[in-house]
Design a protein around this ligand. Structure first.
Ligand code: NAD
Ligand code: DAU
Length: 332
């Protein structure tokens, strides 16, 4: 048994990872999370207190980071400001958490000689044309579009430089769009589900033609655990489950599963600089490390996600009004 320090473990993907680790391994988990608007202590409710220690704090706080890392065998770094629309409104927190926070963690990890896994996103590669025959791979050049994705790209480059210059024992992964339980209602899929629950119409940015490559959060978790256990130090692995869909198709699926007219949505103002298409080629992860996704039926995964939001209104309701006020002020 070993001890994992998980940053951002009260957020969407981090909390799903903590649950996955506790269900599938003997590891002890310590979560370091600032509990920003995106972090929820309730997302870790019901987990065995013998297996989980929760610490509220900032990844930019070097003394705290050093103290927690001394007690850990390995670090999995999820904490981030994660929402593109917020980064277009106020980029500064993205620089603080995504860049300085990552710097603070890798400085501690290299001084203490700890194994480090850095969680990143396919958005660092920019976007593809709808008819582009190539997908993103480990060799695609970085070309981020938004304040969010540019700070994630910066954090990836810091980790790579610390590997080369200081011998940091790190791996990196860049994953496509996740869906599943515990995702903040500011994000596309939970926003549309909760709009329908509230008797309003789903909202598509622009024409709704933008394509995202959807993966269930549990498949992201199994991939990260695989890389942590068997990944080669210094290497990057792309994580994806061949789940490309345009936004209009996703909204139509949600409306249909929820028993509504599949065309009962509206078009709203587009996102500035909106990336057209993301698509991941995860051949390397599959062939070299033997990983495969389990959730390959998107409609079934969406139906279970919808059910989760219907059953867990107490979790998301406190976020909803502020989120919609933010979007209303921007014509979204
Ligand atoms: P999220 O916004 O739901 O959660 C982020 C968590 O980080 C929150 O719990 C928040 O409180 C915490 N946090 C923020 N700033 C912090 C700080 N300074 N110190 C400590 N904790 C802090 O994000 P998410 O969607 O779960 O994304 C998690 C990670 O996965 C991010 O690194 C993101 O870039 C990456 N990622 C996300 C997706 C996706 O589809 N959501 C896809 C690929 C990669
Ligand atoms: O690709 C991985 C990335 O996926 C992660 O790095 C980010 O942290 C995560 O937020 C996500 O980024 P996106 O910008 O792709 O996700 P978002 O849920 O914000 O939007 C998905 C698509 O849906 C995008 O094309 C914008 C569109 N959209 C979004 C909202 C909130 C709408 O059409 N309507 C909406 O109401």
């Amino acid at each position: 048994m070993s001890s994992l320090l998980v940053t951002g473990g009260a957020g969407f993907i981090g909390s799903n990872f903590v649950r996955f680790v506790i269900d599938n391994t003997d590891h002890h988990v310590t979560v370091l999370d600032k509990l920003t608007y995106a972090g929820h202590r309730e997302s870790l409710a019901g987990l065995d207190p013998q297996r989980l220690t929760f610490v509220q704090g900032d990844i930019c706080d070097a003394p705290l980071v050093n103290q927690l890392m001394e007690q850990a065998d390995a670090v999995v770094h999820y904490a981030a400001e994660s929402h593109n629309d917020n980064s277009l409104n106020d980029p500064r927190p993205f620089l603080d958490t995504n860049v300085i926070g990552t710097y603070t963690l890798i400085e501690a990890a290299r001084k203490l000689g700890k194994r480090f896994h850095h969680i990143s996103t396919d958005e660092v590669y920019g976007d593809l044309e709808l008819d582009d025959p190539e997908r993103f791979s480990e060799s695609t050049p970085y070309n981020p579009s938004s304040p969010y994705s540019s700070t994630k790209a910066a954090s990836d480059l810091l980790v790579r430089a610390w590997v080369r210059s200081f011998g940091l024992q790190a791996t990196l992964s860049n994953c496509s769009n996740n869906y599943g339980p515990y995702q903040h209602v500011e994000k596309f899929i939970p926003r549309q589900i909760t709009e329908i629950i509230d008797g309003r119409r789903p909202k598509l940015y622009g024409k709704g033609e933008n394509v995202r490559d959807w993966i269930h959060a549990d498949d992201h978790s199994s991939a990260v655990l695989t890389i942590l256990e068997r990944g080669e130090i210094g290497e990057t692995y792309l994580i994806g489950a061949d789940g490309e869909k345009n936004n209009r198709d996703v909204v139509e699926t949600i409306l249909t599963v929820m028993g509504k007219d599949s065309q009962d949505f509206e078009h709203v103002a587009d996102r500035a600089g909106h990336d057209m298409r993301y698509a991941i080629d995860s051949t390397r992860l599959r062939t070299e490390l033997g990983w495969e996704p389990r959730f390959t039926d998107f409609s079934e995964g969406i139906a279970r996600t919808i059910q989760w939001y219907q059953d867990n209104e107490a979790w998301w309701r406190p976020q909803k009004d502020a989120t919609e006020a933010f979007y209303a002020a921007r014509g979204h």
